[in-house]
Ligand binder design. Structure first.
Ligand code: NCD
Length: 312
């Protein structure tokens, strides 16, 4: 294991070796997860708290299962039911959870930078499970894991990220990690959902879905993240969006053999991806991503816990 930090906040500071060490460790947990008895004892006696201030289905459940499979006590703290609603500050909340001798906080919040802020103010390990539109490192690692598992390696790859890239923490964490691995990136997004500086980062900006698909090995489809746009869609209509940015079988006519479709979920069927694409096991790896997410999160939790005690 080369990663030495007690927290995982971003993929921007990960080296190639760090990324592969998480993926390789996840291989071991993926095998364990296929056994009738899925338990390891690496985190027995540890307390993992999911500190979630934003909605989640996959990520929260996945971290909870990961913690429990490693033998930890996993607790779900739902921000909207908490004393932050009575005026308690975020740091006071964290200090109280820390006083209960917790070991790992898995944090999701709608403000960018919150996971880093918490990590700087606690000795407990912190995993960023999504901070605003900033980063979602465990999602990028599970995406890379899913691609490597299918293709055997991550060499000579072209990945297209399509949709609401601007509001996507999944896109940001993937872009940083994929750049570190030398993966060629294409971006296709409506102009108002295209972050600035993508070309400077070496990404190819596409003008059509066809350009994004042709010669790509992987498509990462993104949801329109209305909750990060003050509730109002910044485009004329959903129908128009799906006409230009939605993935249909027809648009995949000139796709390379073996093209992989990924989506972090939740899917809006018929908007960013048609059901007959999302459910076609020849292309769609969406449920493999979900399965792999548990193994990746087991790798993350066990690595951080080990790092916290190194040298102590
Ligand atoms: C994503 C998220 O919340 O950032 N989903 C996830 O964690 N699996 C993407 C999204 O909500 O569209």
């Amino acid at each position: 294991m080369t990663y030495t930090q007690k927290d995982l906040i971003s993929t921007q500071n990960l080296t190639k070796e760090d990324i592969f060490s998480f993926l390789n460790l996840a291989d071991k947990f993926k095998n364990l997860n296929k056994q009738p008895n899925k338990k390891d004892n690496l985190l027995v006696g540890k307390t993992v708290i999911n500190v979630f201030f934003e909605n989640s289905t996959r990520t929260r459940t996945s971290f909870e299962i990961a913690a429990k499979r490693l033998g930890a006590d996993a607790i779900n703290f739902v921000g909207s039911n908490s004393s932050t609603k009575k005026g308690e500050t975020l740091i006071d909340t964290i200090k109280n959870l820390e006083a209960m001798r917790s070991d790992i906080f898995v944090v999701r919040h709608d403000c960018s930078g919150v996971a880093k802020f918490i990590a700087e103010n606690t000795d407990v390990c912190v995993v960023n499970a999504g901070d605003g539109l900033n980063e979602h490192p465990s999602q990028a690692l599970l995406d890379l894991y899913t691609i490597r598992e299918q293709r055997g390696n991550l060499d000579n790859l072209t990945v297209a990220i399509i949709g609401d890239v601007f509001h996507s923490r999944v896109a940001r964490s993937n872009i940083w990690a994929m750049q570190t691995l030398g993966i060629k990136l294409k971006i296709f997004a409506p102009p108002i959902m295209m972050p600035q500086g993508m070309e400077a980062l070496g990404c190819q900006i596409c003008k059509s879905m066809e350009e994004a698909i042709e010669r790509s090995d992987v498509l990462i489809m993104l949801r329109i993240q209305l909750e990060r746009q003050d509730g109002s869609a910044k485009f004329p209509s959903i129908r128009e969006y799906s006409k230009y940015f939605g993935l249909t079988k027809k648009k995949m006519q000139h796709a390379k053999d073996g093209l992989m479709i990924l989506h972090p979920g939740p899917i809006n069927r018929g908007v960013e991806v048609d059901s007959n694409v999302a459910d076609d096991k020849r292309f769609s790896h969406i449920l493999n991503q979900v399965e792999n997410g548990v193994a990746i999160r087991m790798a993350i939790l066990s690595t951080l816990d080990q790092n916290r005690y190194k040298g102590k």
